[in-house]
Design a protein around this ligand. Sequence first.
Ligand SMILES: *Cc1c(COP(=O)(O)O)cnc(C)c1O
Length: 247
Amino acid sequence: MSNILETPRAHEIAKALDDQRARIAEACREAGRPAGSVQLLPVTKFFPASDARILRLLGCAELGESRAQEAGPKAEELALAEPGAPIAWHMIGRLQRNKASNVVRWAAVVQSVDNEKLARALSRAAATALDARERDTVLRVCLQVSLDGDPSRGGARIEDLPRLGEIVAALPGLELAGLMAVPPLGSDTEQEFARLRQVHDRFVATFPFATTLSAGMSADAPIAIRHGSTCVRVGTALLGPRPITSP
Ligand SMILES: *Cc1c(COP(=O)(O)O)cnc(C)c1O
């Protein structure tokens, strides 16, 4: 019935997906890490629902989006198109508190929690959605870390992570999964990912279940894997360039 996998676009994406899987496997091998210890999270922002559908049919059951207003309708369209192939969506972009009740309708994971008010809003929204059976799992949460301490770019300061971790771990409807970071533009990613790993090691000493470390994108996934990333968020290398207005 579904012949979307026969299209040229699907062939293109399948090839890119094979390449990225091989690249991750190679980076794991080089780092002496078990194959399969790193999740490939395709990022579909700015790309049509049909691309997300192709990725899902190629076996990617978790996908990332960074803009709530775009992701909600896309997730809904996909749920209707492929009811037998659910997708666990990750919100990876900056999120405003007033979008919390929208986001809990489609996201399985929010990777970009960086302040207490947002955490509380997500908790309330997730708890309400669970009660109303609008979702059937708690919302998994990663704290986004600011590696340069510049709050305008998103992310919590490193020194605020223990407190924010305590808050999220105690809130109903949420489950603390780990940390996420985007290295500052123009920074030495090798150095930043090495530092991030230390931050994550300390975090896990306090929150042993928070084992996710979401780090690395198209340009730097192998470096992040060398430094302990468990989830690389890859857009461009799978789907091609986005419009330059990309946030
Ligand atoms: C868009 C985006 C990505 C993917 O970036 P690419 O360079 O296209 O792989 C990863 N993480 C976040 C937070 C993003 O917004």
